[in-house]
Design a protein around this ligand. Structure first.
Ligand code: SF4
Length: 368
């Protein structure tokens, strides 16, 4: 959500939102900057300064929630960075990444020249988030590309959010470096899970996909070090044309090498960024990806490993696998085809990515 406050021209700052007096009192007590919404105005605290009297905007901002957090810019732009009613809140640490996966949904330019977030700013946002928030994700790019300064932020999260579940999305290569690994063990919040993609059962396949020589060896070492330190790990497999013939072997490799992982998520691609540029090399149909995902899932399940299927519409997998399918696509990216209106499973189905809908050629089949 983005709003424009016509009467604000102060400094850049992080603010919470109060829509009622209880929240107003709490935020004042906690000494946090916040915006209070009444029927006639938006007021900024602690200054007690009117920053908008625009009726339409006041109405719109009432659809946000108490304790939501926003970035307020010098020009009056108010940009949402935390939604207190959502389970999908994330800290974006950097656009940069040390891998360059062929099927990455981010564009190449963001990996090379992406912006780093300022750690003090991330901490300031975290300060405004209620300590009982259920879930927060740390993501990028590759979040650890900002270097050791990230541990100040992780330490802050550790100290403030004692009940929150954290999901770290990382390529895991950094955990092959002992000094980073040790610092992570020291600072990581107790209720954390580290989600790492693995693309093939061999260095040749994995590194061909990441376009980063040596990444397989680093990822494998990183995963082993995390598991040895009793840190929960989720492994992610993105199904593409490039690892299609290796998925069965990859499932066997994971079963043999990483049997203690929390679960494995097998994922259909999001066709934006690099994936879109390399469409001819990477795209396989939902039907084929679904068939291969099921085969790999069976190998993992037979070896006692939990499996989740992400981004697969229900009609792309057999009924027996529906319970593994998660509604994993962020709501603003979800699309359904025309046939979906006839489908009795539409409410339970997570649909497909907006950037992928145009690639399905009659594969979505209404379940009737
Ligand atoms: S037809 Fe549409 S709603 Fe039904 S399972 Fe397929 S994608 Fe989902």
């Amino acid at each position: 959500m983005i709003f424009k406050l016509e009467k604000y021209n102060g400094i850049h700052r992080i603010v919470s939102l109060a829509l009622d007096e209880d929240t107003y009192d709490n935020l004042l007590k906690e000494d946090l900057d916040f915006i209070y919404v009444d029927d006639n105005s938006l007021k900024l605290y602690p200054e007690d300064m009117i920053i908008s009297t625009d009726e339409k905007l006041i109405d719109k901002i009432k659809s946000a929630h108490n304790y939501d957090v926003f970035e307020l810019w010098e020009n009056g732009k108010l940009i949402s960075c935390y939604d207190d009613e959502s389970l999908d809140n994330a800290f974006f640490v950097t656009g940069k990444c040390n891998s360059n996966c062929i099927m990455c949904p981010s564009p190449n330019v963001s990996r090379q020249k992406g912006k780093n977030s300022d750690v003090d700013q991330l901490i300031e946002i975290a300060k405004h988030i209620p300590s009982d928030t259920p879930h927060l994700t740390i993501t990028g790019g590759e979040p650890f590309m900002i270097g050791r300064d990230i541990f100040r932020f992780i330490q802050y999260l550790h100290d403030k959010f004692t009940c929150t579940e954290f999901l770290f999305l990382t390529n895991g290569r950094i955990f092959a470096v002992d000094s980073f690994m040790n610092k992570f063990i020291e600072t990581v919040p107790d209720n954390s899970i580290v989600a790492i993609p693995i693309h093939g059962s061999t260095a040749q396949i994995n590194d061909m996909i990441t376009q980063a020589k040596g990444s397989f060896a680093q990822t494998v070492k990183g995963i082993k070090q995390l598991l040895k330190a009793n840190i929960r790990v989720e492994l992610r497999i993105v199904v593409s044309k490039l690892n299609a013939s290796d998925l069965h072997d990859l499932a066997l490799f994971i079963s043999q090498e990483f049997s203690e992982v929390e679960y494995v998520s097998i994922m259909a691609m999001e066709m934006t960024g690099n994936a879109r540029v390399n469409q001819d090399k990477v795209w396989i149909s939902y039907k084929e990806a679904g068939r291969l995902a099921q085969d790999a899932a069976l190998v993992l399940i037979e070896n006692g490993i939990d499996v989740r299927l992400y981004n697969f519409p229900l009609c792309s997998v057999s009924k027996e696998f529906w319970t593994l399918c998660k509604k994993s696509i962020s709501p603003y990216k979800v699309r359904y085809g025309d046939v979906c209106d006839e489908c009795k499973m539409k409410k339970s189905c997570g649909g497909v990515f907006a950037g992928t809908l145009s690639l399905e050629k009659g594969e979505l089949k209404a379940i009737v």
